[in-house]
Design a protein around this ligand. Structure first.
Ligand code: MYR
Length: 282
C-alpha cells in the first residue's frame, strides 16, 4: 500500500500551529479586490482583509488556481499514491469539482471529498482524516468514515448583515430580501450543500440563544467526548463570550475557536458567528 497525503482548501482555516504540527497540505482560495487577486493567508492576512472591508471595499472570491494545485500535488513525496482532498461545499464553490478533475492531470489518485460545508466543520473532517491515515486506514476507509462524521456534525451561524450573502449569490435573493426588510437575524445552516435559513429570529442575541438551546438538547451532560468550535468574523469579543459560556456548560468538552478568513468573510461580512459541534469517537 502506498502513502496517503491529506489536502484541504484554505477555508478550513487551520491554524499555523496546527499546520506546523500536522502533515496536511492546503490549496488556497483567493479574494479579488479591484481586479487584483490575493490568496488568503498567503498574500492577504485576515486582519488586512477586514480592514479593507471596514473601509468599504467589496471583494469577490475565487477557487484555487488548478495549475497551482497540480504543482502542489506534484511536489508531494514520490511514495504518495493517494490524496484525500477535503473541500468546502460543492454547493457554494467549484473547488470540489476542480479536485475531481485533477485525476486527469496528476499521477496519484485524488479522492475528492465534499465536506458539504466549510470552516471549522471542514477542519474537524481534516482532523479525522489525519487520525485515520496515521492509524493505517485505507483511502476507502477514510472516505467511509468521513461520510459518517459529515452527517454527525452540527453547525449553525448568524450574520450581522444578509447583504453580503445575497451579493455573493450564496443565499437566494428572495430570502435575503425578506431578511433585510424585516431586520431579522436568521439562524443559518447548510442543507443539501446550500446555505438556507434554519429559523427566522429577530435579534442576534436571540439567534445565538436558539443555537445554544439546540446544543443543550444535543450534547449530553458535561460534554465529555464532544468537540465544540466557535468561529468569528472580526468579532473576537463575541467569540470570547461564547467560549466562556460553553466552558461553563460543558466543562469536559474540547472547546476551541477559529475565524472566518477572507474568502468566507467576503460572503458573511464582519460580525458573523458560527457554532459547531460533534462527538469524536477517539
Ligand atoms: C469561491 O469563490 O469558490 C468560494 C465561495 C465561498 C462561499 C462562502 C459562503 C459562506 C459559507 C459559510 C460557512 C459557514 C460554516 C459554519
Amino acid at each position: 500500500m502506498g502513502n496517503i497525503a491529506i489536502l484541504t482548501d484554505s477555508t478550513a482555516y487551520l491554524s499555523d500551529d496546527f499546520l506546523a504540527r500536522h502533515d496536511v497540505h492546503v490549496a488556497p482560495l483567493s479574494v479579488i479586490f479591484d481586479g487584483a487577486s490575493y490568496r488568503e493567508s498567503i498574500d492577504m492576512s485576515t486582519e488586512a482583509f477586514y480592514e479593507r472591508i471596514e473601509a468599504g471595499n467589496l471583494p469577490t472570491t475565487s477557487q484555487p488556481v488548478i495549475g497551482e494545485t497540480v504543482e502542489l500535488i506534484e511536489s508531494l513525496p514520490d511514495d504518495v499514491t493517494d490524496v484525500i482532498a477535503i473541500t468546502l461545499s460543492s454547493g457554494i464553490s467549484g473547488t470540489y469539482q476542480s479536485m475531481v478533475a485533477l485525476n486527469d492531470m496528476v499521477d496519484v489518485t485524488v479522492h475528492a471529498f465534499d465536506s458539504e460545508i466549510s470552516c471549522m466543520p471542514q477542519a474537524f473532517m481534516v482532523e479525522e482524516a489525519l487520525h485515520l491515515r496515521d492509524n493505517g486506514a485505507t483511502p476507502e476507509e477514510i472516505i467511509a468514515r468521513l461520510e459518517t462524521v459529515r452527517d454527525s456534525i452540527r453547525a449553525y451561524f448568524v450574520v450581522d448583515d444578509l447583504d453580503h450573502l445575497q451579493r455573493g449569490g450564496r443565499l437566494s435573493a428572495a430570502q435575503a430580501l425578506v431578511g433585510s426588510f424585516l431586520q431579522i437575524k436568521p439562524v443559518l445552516h447548510f442543507q443539501d450543500k446550500l446555505i438556507v435559513p434554519f429559523e427566522k429570529i429577530r435579534t442576534y442575541k436571540k439567534a445565538v440563544r436558539r443555537i445554544e438551546e439546540m446544543m443543550d438538547e444535543s450534547i449530553a451532560g458535561d460534554g465529555e467526548g464532544y468537540c465544540i468550535g466557535i468561529i468569528h468574523a472580526n468579532c473576537p469579543e463575541r467569540q470570547a463570550e461564547e467560549i466562556a459560556s460553553m466552558k461553563q456548560k460543558f466543562p469536559k468538552a474540547h472547546i476551541s475557536g477559529s475565524h472566518f478568513g477572507p474568502v468566507i468573510g467576503t460572503h458573511l461580512g464582519p460580525g458573523a458567528i458560527g457554532i459547531t459541534w460533534y462527538r469524536r469517537e477517539w
